[in-house]
Design a protein around this ligand. Structure first.
Ligand code: URA
Length: 425
């Protein structure tokens, strides 16, 4: 049997780990038989030396094998999920899941909560009065069959090795490693039991990956892992230099979701939603027009069924913040830039996000932009509203958003959000 020190030394010296060493290490760490400091050392060695394709496949496999794998074979439609690497104002799962379900493809979404400047889909969904996201496995599969989509929290027994390793990476400076990110994301998605997967890999100042070459490498690595595990996987690279849509927060993003489901909403949110929906339908081999399903109310109908099935009231008023402050333009001109990180940090400081996993979030807090890049503005015009429950948080949000919306004289042309599609590793 391998020992932890032998495995650490092998990777420290730039060697290749055997299948047995990897499987043993992950299993032993999940069972508390390898110490945190030993796992930390191995993570740093992997951060520095990487994993080759064989090692990465086995590492991911071992993380999947650390917990349960959902069986979705009773669902009477093809299953395709979507995962985003996270960004500011990224509410796309909310309109996308019911939209794709309305087109005949089941979307089993196990989602996460936000940390720092990026919001989590569950936090946003939970601003709907009454809604539950802690479904057990039977309820999850039943709703998927009946409604065609579920957005729920991943249970602790899905890839538990990742839960432990991710917490450790967070405190040991080993998060930003492509093999570790790819195996972390893909182990959870493969364990979820979906047949197909579309990855939205965000690139830009508000994303995990600020550099397009690294984003491409991450996307190719994840596509390869998915296919290697029998999950039809494609990736779409999308721009995250500026916030997606006009809202960043919780209830404010639900409000924007409802606008999209009513056939309106910001053009960039609609563009990304439709691009991902088309990829998901293609993976499932379903020939349908998602744009028509947004316009004619079928996607909205599915949204309402999903919310009701999860105990929520789709007609209940959304929470409203106690304090609202406006940011106004100092000059006439055109909006040159809206800095995603500035807006994301402001939403977080206003109370919409959390610094630690255990922190509560405010449903009502967030940023509502009134302009996007390229819009003409006049001096005194409102550029953004900040929503918060407390005056202290409001002051912190005002400080964080300072300079994030830049107005100038140069003409600015609109850009597409969808940068590239990656279908092979
Ligand atoms: N999201 C994950 O689930 N894992 C990572 O490593 C990074 C982002």
């Amino acid at each position: 049997m391998p020992t932890a020190v032998e495995v650490i030394r092998a990777k420290r010296d730039g060697g290749v780990l055997s299948d047995e060493q990897i499987r043993w290490f992950i299993d032993a760490y999940t069972r508390d038989e390898v110490a945190h400091e030993q796992a930390s050392a191995l993570l740093m060695a992997i951060f520095l030396h990487g994993l080759n394709a064989q090692e990465l496949g086995v590492w991911t496999d071992a993380m999947i094998a650390s917990g349960i794998r959902l069986d979705l074979s009773s669902v009477p439609m093809p299953t395709v999920d979507k995962h985003s690497t996270g960004g500011v104002g990224d509410k796309i799962s909310l309109p996308l899941c019911p939209l794709v379900a309305a087109c005949g493809v089941a979307v089993p979404q196990l989602s996460g909560r936000g940390l720092g400047h990026t919001g989590g889909t569950l936090d946003k969904l939970e601003s709907i009065p009454g809604i539950r996201t802690d479904l057990d496995q039977d309820a999850f599969v039943r709703q998927l069959s009946d409604v065609g989509t579920v957005i729920a929290a991943a249970s602790a027994d899905l890839a538990p090795a990742d839960r432990r390793l991710y917490a450790l990476r967070d405190v040991t400076g080993t998060v930003e490693s492509i093999p570790l990110i790819a195996s972390s994301i893909m182990s959870k998605k493969i364990a979820e039991g979906t047949s197909g997967l579309v990855l939205d890999v965000k690139v830009g100042r508000g994303a995990f990956m600020t550099d397009i070459d690294r984003a491409r490498e991450l996307a190719r690595t994840m596509v390869g892992l998915g296919r290697g595990h029998g999950v039809a996987t494609v990736a779409v690279l999308t721009d995250m230099d500026t916030p997606l849509g006009l809202t960043a927060g919780n209830a404010v993003e639900i409000q924007e979701t409802l606008e999209v489901l009513q056939g309106g909403g910001p053009a960039d949110v609609v563009e990304v939603t439709l691009a991902l929906a088309e990829e998901m339908l293609e993976l499932a081999g379903v020939d349908a027009d998602p744009s028509a399903a947004l316009q004619d109310g079928r996607a909205m109908d599915r949204w309402r069924r999903m919310v009701i099935a999860q105990g929520g009231d789709p007609d209940a008023p959304l929470p409203i913040a106690r304090h609202v402050s406006e940011i106004v333009a100092d000059d006439d001109g055109e909006v040159q830039d809206v800095h995603a990180m500035g807006v994301g940090v402001a939403a977080w400081k206003l109370g919409a996000g959390r610094a630690r996993k255990e922190d509560p979030v405010s449903a009502a807090a967030g940023v509502v932009l009134r302009v996007q890049v390229g819009d003409p503005v006049t001096r005194g015009q409102v550029l953004a509203e900040l929503h918060s429950d407390t005056e202290e948080q409001l002051a912190a949000g005002i400080e964080a958003i300072d300079g994030a919306v830049r107005v100038g004289a140069a003409p600015v042309s609109a850009r597409s959000r969808v940068l590239e599609r990656i279908r092979a590793s």
